[in-house]
Design a protein around this ligand. Structure first.
Ligand SMILES: C[S@@+](CC[C@H](N)C(=O)[O-])C[C@H]1O[C@@H](n2cnc3c(N)ncnc32)[C@H](O)[C@@H]1O
Length: 379
C-alpha cells in the first residue's frame, strides 16, 4: 500500500477535514500541550492524567502523532520484512490509536500475499485509546482484506495481572518508554515481555529521535541485553550501546517525509515544520539464532551522516560496542572503498584492512568496504 493510501484511509476513518481552520487551530493548541508533556518526559507519575481519555488530547494525538509515526513504522516493517511481516499473534503495548499495528498492517498488505491473517491484542491504560485503536484496526483490516481477531484490554501493563492468556510472535512498544520509570517500570515491563513472548519471538521498540527519548530506549535495550536478549537491528552487536558512554550522545535514524495537508496546517500553527522524521528503534530477539545475519569482527553500522570537507570525508561507525569516526582522504579512494562516499545512516558494511589511529579508523588504499544487503533483500 503506498503511503498515500494509508493516509487517505485514516483521514477518512478519523473524519479529518484539513480546510476546517477552527478545528486545526484547536488541535494545534492541544498538540503543543501534548508535546510539552512528551518533551519533559513528564508522564511517569501514575497519578498523571490518562491523556487518551481526554477527548481533545486524544483527537490531537490521533490527528497528529498517528500520522507522524506511521511512516517510521512503515520504514521499519519494510526494511525488516523477513522478521516482521509473518507473525500470527501480535501484542501492541500502549497502543494509543493503534499506530504500530496500523503501520504493520499497511506493510503486510503491501507484501502482496494472497491471504493474510494476524491476530492482534491491544493494551492501553486509556479506555478510549484502546477502543479507538480497535476501531481503526478493524476498519483497516476490512479494507485491506487482512483476516484475524483484534482484541483490546484496558489495563496497566506494569501491574502483575495481564489480561490475555496468549503467547506472541511479535511484541511492539512504540513511544511508550518515557511513560515508565527506568527502575520498577523497566523491570515490570521486562517481566511481562519475558512471560508472554514466544522463545523465537521478536520485540520491536521505537521512540522519538530526541536525545532523551532515544537514550531511554537505549537504556532499556542495554537492560534487556544484560539479561540475555539479542539485538537484531540496527546495531552490529548486542554489546552495550556506546552512545550511552557520553551523556550528550544518542542514536537515531532519519527519513524524508512529505506530510499530508492537515499536518502541514498543524505544523504552520505549532511551528514544528518537519520535512524529515527522526526516530530511534531497536529490534530484539530472545533467541540468539534469530539475531544478526552477519556476526563477525568486520561488521560495522553507520550511525551518523557523512561529512565532506576539502579533500576528506568522515562518518561515525558503530562496531562491537564502540563508536569510532572513520576517515577517508579523497586521494586514498579506490574502487574497493569508493562506496564510502555514498554511505547513509544505518547502512551495514563489512570493513577490511583499516588502519586504527587513536580513536579514528583510517580508510586507505588497501581497505575494502562491502555494503551488506539490507534486510529486506533477504525476504
Ligand atoms: C505516546 S502514546 C504511544 C501510542 C502508540 N504506541 C504510538 O506509537 O503512537 C503512549 C501510550 O501508552 C499508554 N500507556 C502508558 N503507560 C501505560 C501502562 N502502564 N499500561 C498500559 N498503557 C500505558 C498511554 O495511555 C498511551 O496511549
Amino acid at each position: 500500500m503506498s503511503s498515500d493510501n494509508w493516509e487517505k484511509l485514516l483521514t477518512a476513518f478519523l473524519d479529518i477535514n484539513h480546510s476546517e481552520i477552527e478545528l486545526l487551530r484547536t488541535v494545534s493548541k492541544d498538540v503543543l500541550s501534548l508535546h510539552q508533556s512528551f518533551v519533559s518526559c513528564d508522564l511517569t507519575d501514575a497519578s498523571k492524567r490518562i491523556y487518551g481519555d481526554n477527548e481533545r488530547l486524544r483527537k490531537a494525538y490521533s490527528y497528529y502523532y498517528l500520522f507522524v509515526n506511521i511512516p517510521k513504522l512503515v520504514y521499519i516493517f519494510e526494511r525488516y520484512r523477513r522478521f516482521l511481516t509473518t507473525p500470527e499473534q501480535v501484542l501492541d503495548i500502549g497502543t494509543g490509536p493503534g499506530t504500530a499495528a496500523l503501520g504493520m498492517l499497511s506493510v503486510m498488505r503491501q507484501a502482496g500475499r494472497s491471504k493474510t491473517s494476524v491476530n492482534i491484542d491491544l493494551v492501553d491504560k486509556s479506555r478510549e485509546f484502546a477502543k479507538l485503536s480497535r476501531f481503526l484496526i478493524d476498519r483497516f483490516r476490512r479494507h485491506l482484506n487482512v483476516d484475524g481477531k483484534t482484541r483490546y484490554s484496558v489495563s496497566d501493563i506494569l501491574r502483575p495481572e495481564f489480561p490475555f492468556k496468549e503467547f506472541y510472535d511479535l511484541i511492539m512498544m512504540t513511544n511508550i518508554l518515557s511513560e515508565f520509570n527506568t527502575g520498577d517500570g523497566f523491570r515490570e515491563c521486562r517481566r511481562l515481555i519475558n512471560k508472554v513472548l514466544r522463545q523465537d519471538g521478536h520485540l520491536l521498540l521505537m521512540e522519538p529521535g530526541s536525545v532523551s527519548h532515544s537514550r531511554r530506549m537505549l537504556i532499556f535495550r542495554d537492560y534487556l541485553t544484560a539479561n540475555g536478549w539479542h539485538v537484531i537491528a540496527p546495531c552490529p552487536s548486542s554489546q552495550p550501546c556506546p552512545a550511552l558512554k557520553n551523556p550528550r550522545d544518542w542514536c537515531h535514524m532519519r527519513i524524508p517525509w512529505s506530510p499530508s495537508p492537515h499536518i502541514i496546517g498543524i505544523d504552520e500553527r505549532t511551528g514544528f515544520k518537519k520535512s524529515q522524521l527522526s526516530f530511534s528503534y531497536c529490534l530484539l530477539a530472545r533467541n540468539e539464532r534469530a539475531a544478526t545475519d552477519h556476526p563477525g569482527n568486520n561488521r560495522f553500522v553507520v550511525v551518523s551522516d557523512l561529512r565532506k570537507s576539502k579533500g576528506r570525508m568522515s562518518i561515525f561507525l558503530c562496531h562491537l560496542g564502540e563508536k569510532k569516526e572513520a576517515v577517508l582522504l579523497n586521494r586514498q579512494m579506490t574502487d574497493q572503498n569508493a562506496v564510502f562516499s555514498r554511505l547513509e545512516r544505518y547502512n551495514e558494511i563489512l570493513l577490511n584492512d583499516v588502519e586504527i589511529k587513536g580513536d579514528k579508523l583510517i580508510i586507505n588504499k588497501l581497505s575494502s568496504i562491502v555494503p551488506l544487503k539490507t534486510n529486506e533483500e533477504f525476504a
